[in-house]
Unconditional design. Structure first.
Length: 151
């Protein structure tokens, strides 16, 4: 892998729409693996901080099959935040979360976006209005409109 690719990996965190987890890795092993891809050596400290941030404090030893759908989403969000990338891409991050977990995520994202650039896709208009500085609307796969939400 060339140096440009390594630098790109450090710059971008990504949470896909589906729960992309390895079935044989624990929560902590996921965080260790993805933090190491970002070039960080102190994964334990980072892992503890990220697990706490997303509300998975005591879940480090859990395997993916032991997690609910909402907890798997939290793990995917945690993976995207691992390495403290300045750009984070979140594709439907709250899909499958209960309303309480969605509110927790909204609080997290409001704090996180102060120091990071976040691109978020969502079907929830209330979520977009609450979290976004700018909203781009697509219809049938094409750009339709752009707006600034009213706060």
């Amino acid at each position: 892998m060339n140096d440009d690719n390594r630098e790109s990996q450090k710059m971008i965190g990504y949470c896909p729409q589906y729960n992309a987890v390895f079935p044989k890795l624990t929560v902590d092993e996921h965080l260790e693996f993805f933090t190491s891809l970002k070039g960080e050596d102190s994964w334990k400290e980072t892992g503890d901080r990220i697990r706490t941030t997303v509300g998975m404090c005591n879940m480090g030893k859990a395997m993916p099959h032991q997690l609910s759908g909402g907890m798997k989403r939290k793990l995917c969000i945690a993976i995207s935040l691992a390495g403290d990338s300045p750009i984070v891409l979140l594709d439907e991050p709250t899909a499958g979360m209960d309303p309480g977990a969605r509110r927790d995520f909204e609080r997290l994202l409001k704090e996180w976006k102060k120091d990071h650039t976040i691109l978020l896709t969502t079907h929830y208009t209330d979520e977009a209005e609450m979290l976004a500085d700018r909203i781009f609307i697509m219809a049938r796969g094409k750009y339709s409109a752009v707006d600034h939400p009213n706060f």
